[in-house]
Ligand binder design. Sequence first.
Ligand code: AP5
Length: 291
Amino acid sequence: MGCAPSTPAAGASTLSPVSPAKVAPLPSPAKPTALAAKPADAPTVSPSTAPAKGAGLVEKKVSPAGAGHPAVKSGQHAAMMQAAGASGQTIVFVLGAPGAGKGTQCEKLVKQFGYFQISTGDLLREEVASGSELGEKLKSIMAEGALVSTELVLALVKKAMETSDATKFLLDGYPRAQDQAIEFEKTIGKPAFVLAFEADEATLEERLVNRGLTSGRADDNRESIKKRFATFKSQSEAVIDYYKSQDLVRSINSLRHPDEVFAEVACLFDASCEFRGLRVTENVPFVPFVD
Ligand code: AP5
């Protein structure tokens, strides 16, 4: 779902998957979080009504907390969205396990708020599709659910940012390793905030297997999906913890219809939105949604 050029920058040639052991730890990481986040754990919600019988839906309310999303304190929206990168750029990292809905929500944010989406997964797949020698090497790394080297991915991200005239960026799937966060901050800047989508692994697996029926993605099969989850746990969760320790993470429960998820997400980008409640789906088996 990316919308940026695909050719990697010259010199970006390191292809081996990133080894977690070689990465310097980030300062003061918080406790690791579970991949699974039950709807009832959604951090911005406080229960107010009993579960609706049979329907599996629980209506929950949040208290009004000034303009915008309740996770953003009243009057702080402008500060949160303040340009954090070089040259007045606003950068939002969009993170979460495979299938959590990063791409789906980014697409909606692009339409509604005019952000420029950079999906590192899409950029890498474009390289694979080109049939280049580099693409062949990337293909096997991605099918294994491993991470492509930071040097290469950061070069792709930088190039996409530099060749765009946008000032507001969604980085979809970056950073997903500790060194990626550190290198990005050194060379480009800090994110305004981090969107982190949460859902349980079983649901995500079903989403991805279902997508695999038509996506043609070489990593949308059960074997690769398990490996992608393992990589997320061993390398990417630490990035979310790092930004949690800086109070920059806005956790979003993605176990709802994409439009319901977006209703909450949009409030993080719009200080004037009327966000007063959530509908949280509980104990409902996976059902693919229809657009
Ligand atoms: P990438 O393409 O980023 O894959 P991913 O992180 O595994 O995420 P997906 O794109 O599969 O899921 P998503 O969270 O975007 O969900 P989506 O909206 O698509 O990366 C692929 C590979 O590239 C990596 O494994 C790695 O090898 C490499 N790579 C990428 N970035 C890298 C980096 N920074 N460093 C190193 N290597 C990197 O939705 C998934 C499905 O669920 C869709 O069918 C969608 O319709 C459905 N869905 C979405 N939301 C909902 C919902 N709320 N309810 C029901 N269904 C939903």
